[in-house]
Design a binder for this molecule. Structure first.
Ligand SMILES: N[C@H](CCC[C@H](N)C(=O)O)C(=O)O
Length: 291
């Protein structure tokens, strides 16, 4: 467990991006250990705080700050879109940074973040350069002989899905479907998540094209289950829909918790940009089980 003096508790701030909620901890002093155990304990709704996971702020030698992100099952995520927007807001609101631009190191590289302010000077969201999507199955990773999967037939329990595999630093499987509200994600999601083809498991998105600049989606997240939103998942859906010729290069992606604006700049940088909200809900002190 942590090596903090347990009678002080662990200061935290609860934040959410479109209802994808995490517990944010300033650990620039690098006091905390066993972050995976802490994620499981703090994310639990009854004995803990309740969240989709935890996000820990650490110092970086290659960027302004470092983000460590853990799903509620204790698995570490390589990138988190809703999380990085909220972390940038957390950093600014904690007066650890005063510029509208900052860089945050993640397990999938350094991301450029631009804070978005309202008229009163409060941070209401951020625009993030999520980098280039990865389409090579060997890098996502997907265990198969095909180099990549674009609308590739994938059979699961006698049903064949057309799937597109994309990494945004973390692995995603995008499935276009005409009626996503009717899908039984609690049953279907884990079967994709833990399928043998995905050696690092996988986040699975079910997407419905509404028009050439609008998509509805649901997500079964690796390590957290169905969440109200998934930033990297929305990017993966946008990339898959553009690659398959279903939408324009800038799309509004509607998730259960709200909408994100995703742009894939295929003409110059090849980077994907995500813009969306970030909100603080409450702060407190958490007393670990050892307390
Ligand atoms: N479950 C994801 C991490 C969180 C991603 C999601 N919450 C987002 O906003 O991108 C994974 O293990 O790859």
């Amino acid at each position: 467990m942590t090596n903090l003096v347990s009678n002080q508790g662990i200061p935290f701030t609860k934040m959410e991006g479109l209802g994808n909620d995490y517990i944010y901890i300033n650990d620039l002093a690098e006091n905390l250990s066993n972050l995976a155990d802490l994620a499981v304990e703090m994310s639990e709704r009854h004995y803990g705080i309740g969240s989709d996971g935890i996000i820990v702020l650490r110092p970086s030698s290659i960027a302004d700050f470092k983000m460590r992100m853990f799903n509620l099952d204790g698995s570490e995520g390589k990138m988190c879109g809703n999380g990085i927007r909220c972390l940038a807001k957390f950093i600014y609101d904690q007066h650890l940074w005063s510029d509208k631009h900052l860089t945050i190191e993640t397990l999938s590289g350094v991301k450029q973040v631009e804070l978005i302010f309202n008229q009163s000077g409060q941070v209401t969201g951020a625009r993030v350069n999520m980098g280039q999507p990865i389409l090579e199955n060997s890098l996502i990773p997907v265990q198969t002989k095909e180099a990549n999967w674009l609308q590739h037939p994938f059979t699961l329990e006698n049903t064949t899905y057309q799937v597109t595999a994309v990494s945004m630093g973390n692995p995603h499987l995008v499935i276009f479907h005409p009626e996503i509200t009717k899908l039984d994600l609690p049953t279907l999601g884990p079967k994709f998540e833990h399928h043998e083809r995905f050696p690092e498991q996988i986040n699975t998105e079910f997407a419905e094209i509404i028009r050439s600049n609008e998509i509805n989606m649901r997500v079964w997240e690796r390590g957290s289950g169905e969440t109200l939103a998934c930033g990297t998942g929305a990017c993966a859906v946008a990339v898959a829909s553009i690659l398959n010729g279903f939408t324009d290069n800038t799309v509004t992606v509607n998730l259960l918790g709200g909408s994100l604006i995703i742009t894939w700049d295929t003409s110059t940088s090849g980077d994907v940009y995500m813009e969306g909200p970030a909100r603080t809900r409450f702060s407190g002190s958490y007393y670990p089980n050892t307390h």
